[in-house]
Design a protein around this ligand. Structure first.
Ligand SMILES: *Cc1c(COP(=O)(O)O)cnc(C)c1O
Length: 354
C-alpha cells in the first residue's frame, strides 16, 4: 500500500494547502463512469453539465471549464482589458503574487495594488486608486476581489462591502471580477448563497481543486458574450481539452457532496487556531479564523518559521512558511480533528524546544 499523506492520524498531516486533497473513492468512481465527448467541439456532456450547473449556481448566463484557477483569472483579465489598462486589486492578491505577472505578460495589463484590511478594501480605497481620465494616465479598467482572501487569512468579504465596492466600480465605469478560488468556503462560512456574492460581478470563478477535493479544474462564469471571448483565449492558451468530462465529473460530484462539509474544515481550523493561540509566542493573525486558512505569527517565539516547519516535518506535520515569522496551516477534507490536535501538540513541542 502506498503511504498516505493525510487523513489518517498515524500518517502524515498535510496542512500546506487545501490543494493537497485527493479525490475520494466515490469521486473516482464518478469520474470512471463519466459520459464524455470532445470538449473543444462542445460535445462533452459532463463538461456541459458542469458549466450549466456552475453558471446557475453563480447566477450567470454561461460558464467555461478551465484547467486551473490561474487560467480563470488570466482569461478574465485578457477579455476585460486591453494593453495598458489597469487592474485594481488588494495588495497581496493571488493575481499579483502568484501568477508569474501573467496579467502583464499576456494581457499587457498593469495591476495596481491597493491597500486593504487583510484583503478587504472599501469604497474610499477604490476611489483613491482609480485614475482620472487623462491622455498620460493608464486607464483604470477592472477591479478584482478575492472571496475569500487567501493572504488575508481566508477572510470573507461581507455582502454589503462587496455591493458598495461594486456600485462604486460601476459608477466609475470599471468592470468587476471575482477570484472565487474559495468562494464556496465563504458561502458556507457566512451562510450566504454563492450567487449573492457573485451577483454584482461581471465575471466570477470557482476552484474545484482546493477544498472541493477535485484533482483538476476551475470554472469561470459570466455573460454569453464574455464566455464566447473566453473560449477564444482558452484555445489560444492551450486550455481547450478533449474528453475532459472525466475531470468535470469530479466537479459535479464535488458540488453534490463536498460543499456542506467545508463547515467541518472551518471548525477544524478554529480548533487548530485556538490550540495554536495557547502556545507561548504564537499569535493567530487574523483572529478569529473565518474559514479554513490559519496564519500563524511566530515572531514571539525564539525561532524562525523555517526552523519550526522543519521540526514539524520531523513529527509528520507539514505547514507552509509564508515569511520569516509567518506560517500557514490549511484545513481540508483530508485532515481530521485528531490530525489538528496532533499538529497543535507538535507545534507546542517544536516551539518549546528553544
Ligand atoms: C489557488 C488560488 C488561485 C489559483 O488557482 P489554481 O487552481 O491553483 O491555479 C487563484 N486565486 C486564489 C485566491 C487562490 O487561492
Amino acid at each position: 500500500m502506498a503511504a498516505t499523506m493525510s487523513g489518517d492520524s498515524a500518517g502524515f498531516v498535510d496542512l500546506v494547502s487545501d490543494t493537497s486533497t485527493r479525490p475520494c473513492e466515490a469521486m473516482r468512481r464518478a469520474m470512471a463512469v463519466a459520459e464524455v465527448g470532445d470538449e473543444q467541439r462542445g460535445e462533452d456532456p459532463s463538461v456541459n453539465a458542469l458549466c450549466r450547473r456552475v453558471a446557475q449556481l453563480l447566477g450567470k448566463e454561461d460558464a467555461l471549464f478551465l484547467p486551473s484557477g490561474t487560467m480563470c483569472n488570466q482569461i478574465a483579465v485578457l477579455v476585460h482589458c486591453r494593453p495598458g489598462d489597469e487592474v485594481i486589486a488588494a495588495e497581496a492578491s493571488h493575481v499579483i503574487t502568484s501568477e508569474g505577472a501573467g496579467a502583464a505578460v499576456l494581457a499587457g495589463a498593469f495591476v495596481r495594488p491597493v491597500p486593504s484590511d487583510r484583503g478587504v478594501f472599501g469604497e474610499a480605497d477604490l476611489r483613491a486608486a482609480v485614475r482620472k481620465r487623462a491622455p498620460k494616465a493608464p486607464r483604470s479598467r477592472l477591479v478584482t476581489v478575492e472571496q475569500t482572501h487567501n493572504q488575508g487569512g481566508g477572510r470573507v468579504w461581507p455582502v454589503e462591502t462587496l455591493e458598495l465596492v461594486a456600485a462604486t466600480a460601476r459608477e466609475l465605469g470599471l468592470a468587476l471580477h471575482m477570484d472565487g478560488a474559495r468562494l464556496m468556503n465563504a458561502a458556507v462560512a457566512a451562510g450566504v448563497d454563492a450567487g449573492t456574492y457573485a451577483g454584482p460581478f461581471d465575471t466570477v470563478w470557482l476552484d474545484l481543486s482546493k477544498g472541493l477535493g477535485c484533482p483538476v479544474g476551475g470554472v469561470l462564469a459570466g455573460d454569453a458574450g464574455f464566455i464566447a471571448e473566453a473560449w477564444l483565449w482558452k484555445h489560444r492558451l492551450g486550455g481547450a481539452m478533449r474528453q475532459a468530462g472525466i475531470l468535470a465529473a469530479a466537479g459535479l460530484y464535488a458540488l453534490d457532496h463536498n460543499v456542506e462539509p467545508l463547515a467541518d474544515d472551518h471548525a477544524n481550523a478554529r480548533f487548530l487556531a485556538d490550540r495554536a493561540e495557547a502556545v507561548a509566542g504564537v499569535r493567530v493573525d487574523p483572529s478569529p479564523v473565518e474559514t479554513n486558512l490559519v496564519f500563524l505569527d511566530v515572531s514571539g517565539t525564539a525561532q524562525a518559521a523555517e526552523a519550526i516547519a522543519a521540526r514539524l516535518q520531523q513529527q509528520g506535520i507539514r505547514m507552509g512558511v509564508e515569511g520569516p515569522h509567518r506560517m500557514r496551516a490549511v484545513t481540508h477534507r483530508d485532515v481530521t480533528r485528531a490530525d489538528c490536535l496532533r499538529a497543535a501538540d507538535a507545534l507546542a513541542a517544536a516551539v518549546a524546544r528553544g
